[in-house]
Design a protein around this ligand. Structure first.
Ligand code: 5GP
Length: 180
């Protein structure tokens, strides 16, 4: 599988359709707008995977917001975690005293997330909450601190809606299982 076919590579079953995602993102946006009313939250997207989710999420929030991005490396081009997180690109502006919403594509072991939460807390953020499009079931030590969750996901490795496998699949408008 995974061969070229009409210029597109194949993927497995679609797990989340475009409309399912759109509806969930709309609800998350409404919830966040209520929670952050009267504040100017800073949305920090984790590149590259969160870029699509981030773009849709901030437009679903009826509040003034600011956005920034960080790029990390923990997986390289492999589908298994290396257990090492490195900052490839840091934030433009200081997060001191800011209410930060960390936007993640998928939380698997939670390693990337704990690293980032600590990094932002150390940098003096007034608060840090997490908004993850996907959370893989049963893989984290403690998932209770992930405040905004799009969907819980079974063990399959997925592509689409920003998520890739070796850079393939980021522009698929849905989330599908990746075929190794
Ligand atoms: P964690 O540090 O929580 O184990 O891993 C989180 C990161 O691993 C995500 O931000 C994402 O880059 C990558 N990742 C984990 N599971 C998947 C998956 O199923 N598909 C893709 N494309 N990336 C994943």
């Amino acid at each position: 599988m995974n061969e070229e076919r009409n210029g597109r590579r194949e993927h497995g079953p679609i797990l989340l359709s475009e409309s399912q995602i759109a509806e969930r993102v709309r609800l998350l946006g409404a919830e966040i707008a209520t929670d952050y009313a009267g504040r100017l939250p800073l949305f920090v997207g984790v590149l590259k995977g969160a870029f699509v989710f981030m773009a849709d999420l901030v437009r679903a929030i009826d509040l003034d917001v600011e956005v920034d991005f960080m790029a990390l490396s923990s997986y390289g081009r492999s589908t298994e975690t290396s257990g090492v997180v490195r900052i490839l690109m840091d934030l433009d502006e200081p997060v001191q005293d800011r209410h930060v919403v960390l936007v993640e594509d998928i939380v698997d072991t939670g390693l990337t997330l704990s690293y980032l939460e600590e990094h932002l807390a150390t940098a003096g953020a007034a608060s840090v909450e997490v908004c993850a499009l996907l959370v893989r079931e049963g893989r984290q030590h403690d998932a209770s601190h992930i405040k905004y969750v799009g969907f819980e996901l079974p063990p399959a490795f997925v592509v689409g809606y920003g998520l890739d496998a070796g850079e393939y699949g980021r522009n698929l408008p849905y989330v599908a299982e990746h075929i190794q």
